[in-house]
Structure formats: structure tokens, C-alpha cells
Ligand binder design. Structure first.
Ligand code: MRU
Length: 349
């Protein structure tokens, strides 16, 4: 199969800095921000310049590498400053386990080289971050390949949020499934939930698929259940921020409603994720921390308040879809079906 490259770069290390496309400005403006300080990278994750679980992990990896790169003094001082960078980045967002997974991996590499000459420590950490980034791209392609047998030759696929090239080092997880299917010659129409309140579906999924010539139509979130009920959707594929050991799935708020509608109408509900998103240390979805985002994301649209002053707002950014609603998990290591505890354990090796 042709391994076509997506037409934009989500994140990279360039000229001794971390460079990211500013996802807050898409689709109107394609601007690449250059970050030379660790707190800027942490802030970029927090404010969703970069978002999506695997991309957050890649950003954290480069953020730690930047911490080492900027550190001054002897090896012990560089190790100490790099650990501080790890702590700062780990506090950026709570739900996506890839953030903690990447930081742990960087910490482990740091421990291996802690007594090496300073330059060697810095180079080792940058190499590790680059490896996390490169591997993520490869994992997304493998997820797409694993899914090929599940995707009909011609299908209308509903997705929620953005689990695309913008949410990963490239290709995407849910949208990687789409891209791989299209590259394999399948006729795929994507229906993208707009994904209130941050509009990742309307702004980001629509932008990256349209840009790569993939058929995409945006709907209001509230339209999804009736399209599913009306037989307009053949399958649902979403990404995830964390999968618990029992197969419960945390993903963008609204995913649970889509899963319920899919189950009610016998439409397959697939979750695509790299292995780095499976959290064997979290037993069930109930233990996954759900991020509360700023009220303004709900109370304001395009900078304009739409809710009366003084009325409180709730803005949980993620919800939990119980494993029983998931038809299959599509991972780079293989496709897992219920019973998930056993299936996940088997793939964990
Ligand atoms: O708040 P976000 O935009 O970071 O949420 C992203 C999602 O919910 C994605 O579906 C998930 O991270 C998987 S991305 C491959």
C-alpha cells in the first residue's frame, strides 16, 4: 500500500526549538509557533495549541529534551533541571495517559545517562524524544493497517473530535484508519461531529481531511444520534485519551452519547489507539481523571458570550465509554474484542 504523507507537520524539533502548528487558529490561519522554553511548551499543551493524546505525548518528549538542552552546569545540575522540566510538563493536562507515558520514558532515559558528559545527556534526550515522535507516526500507520479488515469497501464513517494527524505525529488514529482505508482504495465518507465546545471536529478534522482530499461532512453533535438511527452511518471510529485495563475508554466529551446511539442501532463502535494510550495501571474508567476546562470554552462562541452573566457552566472535557459499548479496540498490536481484560493482557504480553 502506498504510504502517502499527510500535507502538514503537527510538531517537530527544528533549529534547537519545538515547533508546532497552532491548532487554536485552524482552519483560518496556518501558523507555526516556535517554543524555546519549557514553560512555553507546557502552556501550549494546556491551552491546546497542540492537543490529542499522542501529540501531547510527543510534545512532552520534546519539552523534556528542550529542558535538557537549555540546562546549565555539570551533569548533576542538568539532570536536576531536566527533572524539573518533567514535573512542569506532567502538570499540563490530566487525562491523556500518553503525556505521563512519554515523560516516564524520558525520565528512564535520563536515569540511564545521568552520569554521562553533559553534551551526551542532552543528545540522548533529544534522540529519545525524536524516537517517540517517529515511532508514533509508525504506530498510526500500523493502526490503519490493523483496521483494514473491519472497514467495508464503501462506507460512511462517523467520528468525534479530532483523532487525526493533528492529534498525533502524523496520519492519525481514528483518521489513520480512514487514511489507510482510502489509500487501500476504499470509498470512505466521513461524518465529523463538530465537537462542542472546542470544535475539534468542525475546525480540525474537517481541515485536515478536506486538505488531503478525503470526503468529509460536518454535523452538529446533536445530529449524530438521528443519523445513526436513520441508517446513515455504517460505523463509528473514535480515538481515545486513555483506555483502562478493563477496556473502558476516556475520550472527548460526547463520545459516550455516540456510543450509546451506536449500540441502540447495532452500528459498530470502534476505538483506535496506539499501545501508549492503554493504561494497565488504571483498573477501570472510574479511576481516569477527567479534566475540567475553563468555563469560557462553553460560555463564549468566537469571543462572544452566549450565556447570561452569572449563570454557571460545567465543562468536563472528556467522558467514559464503558467497555461493553466498544465493538473493538484497534491498536498497533492488533484488534482487541471483549472480554477486554483478557484481550488487553494478551496483547500486553
Ligand atoms: O481535548 P483534546 O482535543 O486533546 O481531546 C482529544 C481527543 O479526545 C482525541 O479523540 C484523543 O486524544 C485521541 S487523539 C488520537
Amino acid at each position: 500500500m502506498e504510504n502517502k504523507k499527510q500535507s502538514f507537520v503537527t510538531i517537530e524539533w527544528r533549529d534547537q526549538a519545538v515547533v508546532m502548528i497552532d491548532q487554536r487558529l485552524l482552519p483560518h490561519q496556518e501558523k507555526y509557533n516556535i517554543y524555546r522554553e519549557v514553560p512555553e511548551v507546557a502552556e501550549a499543551i494546556k491551552t491546546m495549541v497542540i492537543r490529542g493524546a499522542p501529540a501531547i505525548g510527543v510534545a512532552a518528549g520534546f519539552g523534556v529534551a528542550l529542558g535538557a538542552h537549555n540546562a546549565r552546569g555539570d551533569a548533576a545540575a542538568v539532570v536536576e533541571q531536566t527533572k524539573q522540566a518533567c514535573d512542569l510538563l506532567a502538570a499540563a493536562r490530566p487525562t491523556a495517559v500518553n503525556l505521563f507515558w512519554a515523560i516516564e520514558r524520558m525520565r528512564a532515559r535520563l536515569a540511564q545517562v545521568a552520569t554521562a558528559p553533559v553534551q551526551q545527556i542532552k543528545e540522548a534526550l533529544l534522540a529519545e524524544a525524536q524516537t517517540i515522535c517517529d515511532e508514533d507516526l509508525g504506530l498510526c500507520h500500523r493502526i490503519g493497517e490493523q483496521a483494514l479488515d473491519l472497514i467495508p469497501q464503501s462506507a460512511t464513517l462517523l467520528t468525534h473530535c479530532n483523532a487525526g494527524g493533528l492529534a498525533t505525529a502524523g496520519h492519525g488514529t481514528a483518521l489513520g484508519v480512514v487514511r489507510s482505508a482510502v489509500q487501500a482504495g476504499k470509498r470512505i465518507k466521513v461524518i465529523a461531529d463538530e465537537t462542542r465546545p472546542f470544535l475539534q471536529g468542525a475546525r480540525l478534522t474537517a481541515w485536515e481531511l478536506a486538505r488531503d482530499g478525503i470526503d468529509v461532512t460536518v454535523i452538529a453533535d446533536v445530529a449524530a444520534a438521528s443519523l445513526i438511527a436513520g441508517g446513515k452511518i455504517d460505523l463509528v471510529v473514535v480515538g481515545t485519551d486513555r483506555v483502562a485495563a478493563n477496556g473502558d475508554v476516556a475520550n472527548k466529551i460526547g463520545t459516550y452519547s455516540v456510543a450509546l446511539a451506536a449500540r441502540a442501532h447495532n452500528v459498530p463502535f470502534y476505538v483506535a489507539a496506539p499501545w501508549s494510550t492503554i493504561d494497565l495501571n488504571t483498573a477501570t474508567g472510574a479511576a481516569i481523571p477527567i479534566e475540567d476546562r475553563p468555563a469560557e470554552e462553553v460560555s463564549h462562541v468566537l469571543g462572544q458570550r452566549i450565556i447570561p452573566e452569572g449563570v454557571p457552566v460545567l465543562n468536563p472535557a472528556f467522558d467514559i465509554t464503558p467497555a461493553e459499548l466498544v465493538t473493538a479496540l484497534i491498536t498497533d498490536r492488533g484488534v482487541v474484542r471483549a472480554p477486554y481484560i483478557e484481550g488487553i493482557k494478551a496483547l500486553a504480553g
